[in-house]
Write a protein that binds this ligand. Structure first.
Ligand code: ADP
Ligand code: GLC
Length: 493
């Protein structure tokens, strides 16, 4: 491989600065490892109102520049802050480049229903492209993530087609979640200044009065990827394609599936600063301490004879927790288990879990909200981790669970199918079910409770899981190969 590659990572989220889900972890960790391997990486993220300002350079390294939209200019600058733990061989950290526009991004929420939402994300893509232009830096690949960066490939081919500098730049669009596509009224095309290339958008969609940013990216990116092999196949089917299956199937030759890695610097029970005790495969004692402390922290009764079941999740339709009410009371009436939930999202699910806690205060602990430290402690202090997802492009929590000796119980779909091996004949790392029904979920839980009664079998399963290595050091090779393939394609063209 030719070194170094020049990669411009364009992502709406980046841990620890701006995170609502796994995209933040992945954008940060992939950029970090590429940088550490000696590649030139630039990572662009919006500067939201919520981003902690203390580590930011006070002066923008580029003087403010205007982005012009029809009848409207918006000033943008770029401010840098070092990405934690990202020092390369020369001791230089990767600088995250924050797109600073108080007018567009200085809001509490990252994603809004405000009228200018389509403009915000067009502006984000343009600002990232212009930051490259204005520093005379031509990426080999613009790596755009999710619908927020979906317009970038078309913008390069249209608004910035004049620029020789960027002529050798290819584009990769990574789909982290097909459930979010960025669909707006077709009037957005004029408002973002792309009225001259209306013919480059999906015409049936336009005829229906809409524009879809993710779909536009799928049409125009040099290559596509998604975050597991199974999800790459699933999204070409009506069940998982969210209406884009036809288009994705047409681009199958340019669609790669690469399972996300785990940042074991951040998620490691032997060093995790969020835990009251540390542990590892050679000594699981500390896990016991973490479990006791967790039950205390969430205010449930100590010393259950059954397992502690943990959930850390966005509470959305995707994650499949609607199955739980069908059997929760039966489970809690008949078994001395604990159910611990950290999450937020759908108000109905939030209030259901609160109701369940009020009904079983000694057995159910609920924290509605976002709490990174508690997420780590639930991973460490639980025995079983529940992910009954309807669909799951990759999923990170099941991989964290494996590392923390917490056995995942998952619906076998997407990345969950690729990372959790079903317990069978004394092999396997977790419990899996396929049909998305409460019966299948409850049966699988019953199986887990049965295995729990055999501590030796349980511990062996824990240890098999802890031995798995999903580190980015392994997964990054596949990205390097993909970038190289994308660049080779361009040379052939
Ligand atoms: P998704 O991106 O679909 O939400 P992933 O499993 O890929 O799912 O990633 C979720 C990430 O967000 C994990 O790092 C998880 O720990 C974190 N997370 C989700 N909900 C919360 C919460 N309420 N508090 C803290 N961390 C959370
Ligand atoms: C998405 C998916 C999740 C994936 C994450 C990072 O939000 O829902 O499965 O792990 O992105 O790729």
């Amino acid at each position: 491989m030719q070194l170094p590659l020049r990669i411009a990572m364009v992502s709406a989220e980046c841990a620890p600065f701006a995170k609502t889900g796994g995209l933040a972890d992945v954008a940060a960790a992939l950029s970090r490892i590429l940088w550490k391997r000696g590649h030139e990486v630039r990572l662009f993220v919006p500067l939201y109102g919520k981003v902690e300002r203390s580590g930011l350079e006070t002066d923008p390294y580029l003087s403010p520049f205007p982005l012009s939209f029809p009848g409207w200019d918006v000033p943008v600058s770029v401010r840098k802050a070092p990405l934690p733990d990202s020092e390369n061989a020369d001791g230089v950290p990767l600088q995250v480049e924050f797109i600073h526009s108080p007018e567009l991004f200085g809001r509490e929420e990252f994603y809004t229903n405000d009228d200018d939402e389509p403009i915000r994300w067009a502006a984000f893509c343009r600002a990232a492209i212009e930051a490259c232009q204005r520093t005379g830096w031509a990426p080999d690949v613009f790596h755009a993530n999710d619908w927020h960066a979906g317009l970038l490939p078309l913008l390069l081919k249209s608004t910035y087609a004049w620029d020789e500098l960027l002529r050798g730049s290819s584009t990769l669009l990574s789909i982290h979640n097909l459930g979010y596509q960025g669909v707006f009224s077709e009037d957005a095309i004029r408002r973002i200044g792309l009225g001259g290339v209306r013919d480059q958008f999906h015409q049936e969609r336009l005829a229906a009065g809409a524009v879809n940013y993710l779909e536009t990216g799928i049409l125009h990116a040099s290559w596509l990827s998604t975050v597991s092999d199974t999800y790459a196949r699933e999204i070409q089917t009506p069940e998982y394609g969210h209406g884009l299956q036809g288009l994705l199937a047409q681009r199958e030759d340019h669609l790669a599936g690469i399972v996300n890695g785990v940042d074991y610097g951040e998620w490691n029970p032997s060093t995790d600063p969020h835990l009251p005790a540390h542990f590892g495969p050679d000594d699981l004692l500390g896990k016991r301490t973490c479990r006791d402390a967790l039950l205390d922290e969430l205010g449930v009764a100590p010393e259950p004879s059954g397992p502690v079941l943990g959930i850390v999740s966005r509470l959305t339709h995707q994650k499949g927790f609607e199955l739980i009410p069908d059997f929760a009371e039966r489970l809690l009436d008949h078994h001395d288990v604990r159910l611990l939930i950290l999450g937020s999202g759908d108000p109905e699910q939030e209030s259901y879990f609160r109701w369940l806690r009020d009904r079983y205060p000694a057995k159910v602990g609920v924290h509605i909200g976002y709490d990174n430290g508690l997420a780590h402690r639930i991973e460490a202090g639980s025995d079983l981790f529940l992910m009954p997802s309807r669909y799951e492009p990759c999923g990170l929590n099941q991989m964290y669970s494996l590392k923390y000796g917490t056995v995942p119980l998952v619906r076998s779909t997407g990345g969950l199918a690729d990372t959790v091996e079903r317990l069978e004949d004394g092999r396997g790392t977790g419990f899996t079910f396929y049909e998305h029904t409460s019966v299948a979920f409850e049966d699988t839980l019953a199986h887990a409770l049965e295995v729990w009664r055999d501590p030796k079998a349980w511990q062996q399963m824990q240890l098999r899981g802890m031995a798995k290595d999903f580190s980015w050091e392994v997964q990054v090779d596949r990205y390097e190969d993909l970038y190289a393939a994308i660049m080779a394609d361009l040379q052939l063209a």
